[in-house]
Design a protein around this ligand. Sequence first.
Ligand code: FAD
Length: 504
Amino acid sequence: MISEIQSYPSSKAVDVLVIGGGGAGLAAAIEAAVHGAQVLLIEKGPALGGSTGWSVGSFTASQTKYQMRRGIADSSDAHGEDLVEMNGCVRPESEPELRSFLVANSPATLDWLQNLGVEFVGPFEEPPHRVARMHNVIPGSNAYVQRLELEARRLGVEILCNTSALSLLCHDVSVCGANLFCEGRDFRLKAGAVILTTGDLSANPNALGQALKNIGPGLASVNRLATGDGHKIAMQVGAAISQDIIAKPTIRFVPTSSSPILRRMPTFPFLTKLMRLGFELLPMSVIRPLLLRFLGSVLQPHPAIFETGAILINRDGELFCDSPTKLATELTHQPEGLGYIIFDEKVTQHFSKWPHYLSTAPGLGYIYISDLCHYRPDVCRTADTIRGLASEIGIEPEKLDEAIGAHNQKQKLRGYGQILVPPFVALGPVRSFLVLTDGGLKVDPQMRVKKTGGGIISGLFAAGAVGQGDLLLQGHGHHLAWAFTSGREAGAQAADYALSKSDF
Ligand SMILES: Cc1cc2nc3c(=O)[nH]c(=O)nc-3n(C[C@H](O)[C@H](O)[C@H](O)COP(=O)(O)OP(=O)(O)OC[C@H]3O[C@@H](n4cnc5c(N)ncnc54)[C@H](O)[C@@H]3O)c2cc1C
């Protein structure tokens, strides 16, 4: 890769420059190439993937072949209505045009991914969706990255990793390229059109000056390259941006130091097709144990667990907050930002079958507490006494005993939620992660970036998280659906725009 970069000319022109090599960027590069453009995709990390490669991999869509095979009747209108309901009172009616675009086009994107060799299982239910719509990629989200990279290379897309975009080049009122940086060298790259697909702000949520409130030093991000570069460089050329970046920390298991096996598994279509057939034909009792062995660990325990009797303690065995809605924020102020979720057998039983799941999981849809305890003993410890549990997780037994005693006393007065019935369970360590942020550059349904004060910025397109405007995508699977669907559209539009110009 380094030699590839060193031999790259210090100034060059391409039809379409795609900045950011996650799901949206790869989809954009492929579609731009299919539309006849010469495409360069740059990625600032050492490899393609971004948050897309870290994700669980759920993709939510209606009217899919997977739904039809299961006899599920659905429509994009119904999907749009359910998405509004999922967004709830946060931002229910924002960006109706983009929402309609998403629900109308995500089924075709799912087909497109499948034609490129990406396989799914499901669909799975997720209320308040009225029917099952969540499709989970197999064996994991690396399938998106591997299959799309292969297709992009097959179509002649040039890919440069370890290369960052620093700013955009403008001529008159149009964007016509970018200043790039790689291995100590600057490039001035001219392009007929530029597509920003640089992801979100989760590694730098304060980048735009809209500070996160009450967050302590313990907040972590999953994708450290998600620093909002595209947001910033587009704003420098007058792009309009959402005035309300939503950044909500969630409690997740701390990833193991080595990448989970699923991220390294081969994704050859014959293998994933076989896996899908296995899912469809074999009993779940055979399939689940197989996939559970490969569980990665950036999983999110469902927040409802804290409303059903579980508590969160810090690394020193202390209770620090009894409001379920504030736990993720308060955890960022605790020593090393680390905690454990503690509960008893009543909670284990409650989260043992649908609809009370512990977490979504790659390939499986949902997992339950018993799955985790069986297959991930590194993040799930059990004991018959509280003191025994404390020893299992390296906390002073007296301290945990004292904390649980105080908790039980309080709950006794309330009449529910005591931790009394063995075996007792500790899940963790967990910490607060900012997995994603919602809010990006304002775009129209052709993914053209809008200007502050009205109109569009010629030559500039945005897709995926950076091109999300005020569109809110609550629930599982809408962010990836948006990344790939908007990426494809941006690629097609940017190619048409670039190829219609003769003078760049
Ligand atoms: C742990 C986790 C689980 C998730 N699970 C799901 C899920 O199951 N379903 C779902 O729908 N969503 C999920 N999400 C959210 C989803 O993954 C993202 O919203 C989506 O992948 C965003 O895609 P993207 O292409 O816009 O950005 P990314 O995939 O993040 O790609 C952006 C790329 O741009 C690169 N880049 C940034 N700045 C520059 C620059 N200046 N120059 C060059 N390159 C640059 C980055 O390095 C990165 O590779 C999850 C996210 C995480 C972190």
